[in-house]
Design a protein around this ligand. Structure first.
Ligand code: NDP
Ligand code: 8X3
Length: 251
């Protein structure tokens, strides 16, 4: 059976993707930093869908952990068909002058460097098999910059550029690369951004019906299951009341 590797599978899009692919018979490698959530998801997917699940607990920012843990998985799991580079986050919402330097480091280290570290381990496996599909989570924030979003938007613009570069690298090996750019989706994203302030997080989604993790997982699954000769390179998905990264028509 085919294998999908989902980074950041303990919540939001990643968790929804793990469930979607498992429900369709894929074996899944799930990663994240929260071991208890990985274990609970592993048990759920194994029981409900009878698929094999490999949980890997590591921080994508730690290059050595990525190469030691992911790089040394059992040989049969290295036949990864689909890598979903999803782990990521925004932290803070302020002008550059008021920005928190450690928030910037965390966003850059996770969204850009973490994605590269994971890809660097998996890409040779796909190249060797001359097949595979890498799906990178960008954002509408990759396409336009919104006020007080500077560094987060820049990390997602980097994901956009890295996806284009990966596609050039991997084309001779017939490995697909898709960048998926969702708009506002209600997951744990805003709770993380506002450091647990639930009121601020809820306020982000007032006056419109945002995307859900399921919407994004369904779209990713569609991209991943097209015929072998077809590749969606770049896909922007928003809810009906969002036109671009910063323009909403709220009630
Ligand atoms: P969630 O906060 O719900 O999920 C984020 C996931 O990333 C968690 O599983 C978390 O796992 C993991 N993660 C974060 N940091 C690390 C790290 N250092 N190492 C390993 N895993 C990490 O957010 P979403 O599902 O909404 O976000 C998923 C992706 O989609 C992100 O890249 C985000 O930027 C992007 N995105 C989100 C949008 C939205 O509106 N929600 C819109 C567009 C893009 P754990 O904490 O267990 O490590
Ligand atoms: C996440 C979407 O608009 O909250 O990438 O930054 S937004």
């Amino acid at each position: 059976m085919a294998i999908v590797l989902v980074t950041g599978a303990t919540s939001g899009f990643g968790e929804a993707c793990a469930k979607k692919f498992a429900a369709n018979g894929y074996d899944v490698i799930i990663t994240g930093r929260r071991q208890e959530r990985l274990t609970a998801l592993q048990q759920q997917l194994q029981q409900e869908h009878k698929v094999a699940v490999l949980p890997l607990c590591f921080d994508v920012r730690e290059q050595k952990a990525v190469s030691d843990i992911l790089g040394n998985i059992p040989e049969q799991w290295k036949a990864v068909d689909i890598l979903i580079n999803n782990a990521g986050l925004a932290l803070g919402f302020s002008s550059i002058e008021d920005g928190d330097l450690s928030d910037w480091d965390t966003m850059i280290d996770t969204n850009v460097k973490g994605l590269l570290y994971v890809s660097r381990v998996v890409m040779p496996w796909m190249k060797q098999r001359r097949t595979g599909h890498i799906i990178n989570l960008g954002s509408t924030a990759a396409k336009q910059v919104y006020a007080k979003g500077h560094v987060y938007c820049a990390t997602k613009a980097a994901v956009d550029s890295i996806s284009q570069g990966m596609r050039i690298d991997l084309l001779p090996y017939r490995v697909k690369v898709t960048a998926v750019h969702p708009g506002a989706a209600e997951t744990e994203f805003s709770e993380v951004r506002f450091k647990g302030d639930k009121d601020k997080a809820d306020n982000v989604y007032k006056g419109f019906q945002p995307l859900t993790g399921q919407d994004v997982a369904d779209t990713i699954y569609y991209c991943a299951t097209l015929p072998p000769h077809v590749c969606i390179n770049d896909l922007v998905i928003t809810c009906l009341q969002q036109a671009n990264a910063y323009y909403f028509d709220k009630e």
